[in-house]
Ligand binder design. Structure first.
Ligand code: CA
Length: 225
């Protein structure tokens, strides 16, 4: 399978390219929208991963032009957080799915595989749930036992990661790289602080605690037994 990544952030693009190659795909990388569109119109790709904010030609225009040419290749948009309108607009213009940065690579891989398998089916869950905790991914809201919980953007991203991978032990270094783009084990103090704040908001007032610390290993989100 032949994939194209259109992403101007060099590090992100190369990271995704490497990961997808390791997963067995043939992957090309374009660093601006004009290049990306040119490649998509002239080479047979099976799927495109397109960042919204791109130099020369933004992701929306790219997809619009692509669809106008009659190409039905699946497109997965990458959008920044808190850009709900962007996501809706992207889907209206003909993208098939979107991922909000930062995202776990495994999530990207799952979406890519799903899109390749099913064509143009959108699979993003609107709400993630665990026990009485709900995370609305479209409205960017957290609710526990009917109570709205205000989260910062980082806290939301952290909780989203924990909820997407609930039941899994997530090492601090993995959380740091997914939520903060930090790739050093030495910088994980920021994770501990954020977990403490998140706990104060989603766990402290409730009898059932959802975030567990596994000493020396990391954190796991689960409805403990
Ligand atoms: Ca960008």
């Amino acid at each position: 399978m032949n994939l194209l990544i259109v992403e101007d952030e060099k590090q992100t693009g190369e990271y995704l390219q490497r990961g997808l190659r390791e997963a067995g795909f043939t992957v090309e990388l374009a660093s601006d929208g004009a290049d990306g569109l040119h490649l998509l119109l002239n080479e047979p790709f099976d799927l495109a991963i397109v960042d919204v904010m791109l130099p020369k030609l933004d992701g929306f225009t790219l997809v619009q032009s692509l669809r106008a040419s009659g190409a039905s290749i699946p497109v997965l948009f990458l959008t920044a957080r808190d850009e709900v309108e962007d996501r809706v607009r992207g889907l209206e213009l003909g993208a098939d799915d979107y991922l909000v940065k930062p995202f776990a690579f495994t999530e990207l891989l799952a979406r890519v595989r799903t899109l390749l398998r099913r064509g143009q089916v959108r699979t993003e869950p609107v709400t993630l749930k665990l026990a009485d905790l709900e995370l609305d991914l479209i409205r960017r809201r957290a609710v526990r036992a009917g109570q709205r919980i205000d989260l910062t953007a980082k806290e939301f991203a952290l909780l989203e990661l924990l909820m997407r991978r609930q039941g899994e032990v997530l090492p601090r270094s993995l959380i740091a790289s997914q939520v903060w783009d930090i790739n050093f084990d030495s910088d994980t103090a920021v994770v501990e602080v954020a977990i403490r704040r998140l706990r104060a908001k989603i766990d402290d007032a409730f009898d059932v605690k959802l975030i567990r610390t596994l000493r020396g290993m990391g954190y796991v989100l689960e409805a403990a037994s």
